[in-house]
Design a protein around this ligand. Structure first.
Ligand code: HEC
Ligand code: HEC
Ligand code: HEC
Ligand code: HEC
Ligand code: HEC
Ligand code: HEC
Ligand code: HEC
Ligand code: HEC
Length: 331
């Protein structure tokens, strides 16, 4: 009995101390409106939207696991503040601390899982994590006074990026060395549907149907070949490609050799091609591509990741060593 009573008092005290530390007893409220805690998404960036009473914050500190971002200044007179951060595949613990005159107003921790079909170990989100989809009426309601959330068919082809109804929130979507042509023109609605009734801005699935209107000839060519590569055959073009842009050639999500290694571990030794003296294999990176100057040689130098007439998705006939190797090693 006594122990229980003591426990209750300590518990109560503890709660009061916590309340004092977090400052919520007298300071005005500070909250992370988005993303919701314990949810998962399928992209490598997320927008953080803070809600607070006017002038209660002047800076925010963001910690992603153990990495601390430089403090971000909050413009004065605002009740909302929005910014985007990068995520790593798998679990991300985002800690957001609100500051006023260098004093902590409050800290909120959000666990967000980045699920990816490409990273075998992060293919599944933990089962208590729900899919976070932002574009729903109840989520958009609080944002409409500052952002345009009612695009029309007139927005299909904006004269400049700033005119796109997606620009104010998604401007970082095209922050790449190579931007996909329709995304560069902010013709987002070429691929993202405007139809009501379904998930807003959903693309047609399987994803290859979204690519078909512009790459149909290529896709039918691959479909007509002897063999089609697994992920291409099921129409999951976006497993390997980011349809918005990329820092690598061919809009791949990472350097082509690294891309393949997600699903085919160990092949980068090149020993499956040759195993010469001391077991040295064929290069799979770090040398120039014989066909395209200024491009780094990769697995895609020998294999076509979509399909091929030859076996093992090889780009050239492979009936004998000489017919294959001679394409790059002329003697
Ligand atoms: C009071 C006006 C206001 C409200 C309300 C508002 N925003 Fe913003 N938002 C802005 C402004 C202004 C910017 C440009 C960056 C800045 O100064 O904060 C912005 C930028 C953004 C960005 C881009 C961030 C980046 O770094 O690329 C996102 C995403 C965003 N807002 C989402 C939202 C969402 C979601 C809501 C509703 C929960 C919302 N905003 C509500 C004014 C607002
Ligand atoms: C008010 C800001 C805002 C505007 C305007 C906006 N988005 Fe978003 N959108 C978000 C946020 C926040 C997310 C959640 C993911 C994130 O944080 O990046 C999101 C997610 C998405 C998603 C993933 C599915 C989902 O619902 O979460 C798609 C697709 C998308 N937006 C497309 C668009 C397109 C296309 C436009 C322009 C027609 C647009 N968005 C305009 C804020 C906005
Ligand atoms: C060539 C087609 C295409 C264009 C153009 C395009 N998108 Fe996408 N977008 C996609 C596909 C495919 C997905 C993945 C959808 C899925 O998996 O459900 C996607 C997903 C997204 C997402 C969710 C996060 C992610 O990366 O998976 C956002 C946000 C988004 N697009 C915004 C935009 C904006 C903003 C534009 C205009 C600058 C744009 N998109 C242009 C095809 C496109
Ligand atoms: C509205 C038209 C349009 C749609 C839809 C479209 N693309 Fe493209 N894409 C282009 C154009 C234009 C180019 C540049 C010319 C070319 O290479 O054909 C291009 C180029 C590419 C390239 C090559 C880039 C390079 O640097 O070699 C890839 C990869 C690509 N698209 C993937 C996709 C994928 C994946 C989809 C579906 C999710 C898709 N595209 C949907 C118009 C489109
Ligand atoms: C998302 C996972 C994934 C990625 C990424 C991937 N592959 Fe594959 N690959 C598969 C699957 C699944 C199969 C087996 C089904 C099939 O043969 O199409 C396969 C089969 C193959 C085969 C034939 C193997 C055999 O025994 O016949 C080759 C060769 C190959 N992939 C090369 C590549 C190359 C090169 C890349 C990078 C450009 C790559 N793959 C990227 C999933 C992937
Ligand atoms: C297994 C990964 C993978 C999948 C799945 C995949 N691609 Fe590719 N794709 C690549 C790689 C790697 C390159 C070449 C990059 C390079 O040259 O370095 C490429 C190049 C391209 C190109 C430009 C060169 C060319 O061959 O025309 C287009 C267009 C393209 N892909 C479209 C698609 C479409 C559409 C789909 C879905 C049907 C798809 N890809 C599926 C990995 C993939
Ligand atoms: C110099 C050309 C060349 C390069 C570069 C290359 N491969 Fe291969 N790959 C081949 C040849 C040739 C075969 C067929 C071997 C055979 O028939 O026994 C093959 C076969 C394969 C197979 C099927 C293996 C099996 O057991 O049937 C896979 C998977 C594969 N390669 C993946 C890759 C990956 C991933 C990379 C990059 C890390 C890569 N290759 C780079 C030439 C190459
Ligand atoms: C698609 C082009 C391509 C094909 C096909 C190809 N190679 Fe290569 N190979 C290269 C490139 C690129 C290099 C690097 C040359 C350099 O150092 O600049 C290379 C290097 C080599 C080396 C030297 C390795 C080293 O570390 O110095 C050997 C040996 C070799 N290849 C053997 C073969 C054999 C055997 C085949 C056939 C089974 C073959 N290659 C098929 C592109 C190719």
């Amino acid at each position: 009995m006594i122990i229980m009573k003591k426990g209750t008092v300590t518990g109560l005290l503890f709660t009061m101390v916590l309340t004092l530390i977090s400052g919520s007893a007298w300071a005005a409220s500070f909250d992370v409106a988005f993303p919701p805690h314990m949810t998962y998404i399928e992209q490598d960036t997320v927008a953080i939207v803070l809600k607070f009473d006017k002038d209660t914050l002047d800076n925010v500190k963001i910690k992603l696991d153990n990495f601390e971002y430089p403090d971000i200044a909050v413009p004065s007179g605002r009740e909302n503040f929005c910014f985007a951060i990068n995520l790593k595949p798998g679990m991300n613990t985002i800690s957001v601390t609100g500051l006023k005159n260098k004093n902590t107003i409050g800290t909120k921790d959000i666990e967000l899982f980045f699920r990816s079909d490409l990273r075998v170990e992060f293919k599944k989100a933990p089962k208590e994590f729900k899919r976070y989809l932002y574009h729903k009426d109840e989520n958009e309601a609080g944002c409409k006074k500052c952002h345009n959330l009612e695009p029309t068919l007139n927005d299909l082809n904006p004269a400049k990026p700033e005119n796109s109804p997606c620009y104010s929130c998604h401007k970082s979507k095209v922050d790449f060395k190579n931007v996909h042509v329709p995304a560069e023109a902010w013709k987002c609605l070429d691929c993202h549907g405007l139809k009501k009734g379904e998930q807003k801005y959903a693309v047609t699935k399987p994803i290859v149907k979204t690519c078909y209107p512009c790459h149909g000839i290529k896709v039918s060519e691959w479909q007509g070949q002897k063999m089609m590569h697994g992920p291409t055959a099921v129409g999951m073009c976006n497993v390997c490609h980011d349809p918005h842009g990329s820092d690598w050639p061919g809009l791949t999500r990472m350097f082509a050799t690294d891309l393949c290694l997600n699903c085919h571990q160990g092949f980068d030794t090149g020993k499956h091609v040759i195993a010469g003296f001391f077991g040295k294999g064929h290069p799979t990176r770090g040398v120039p591509d014989p066909f395209v100057k200024e491009k780094e040689f990769s697995c895609a130098g020998c294999h076509n990741p979509h399909g091929s007439y030859s076996n093992k998705f090889l780009k050239f006939e492979n009936t004998s060593v000489s017919t294959f190797c001679i394409n790059c090693h002329k003697k």
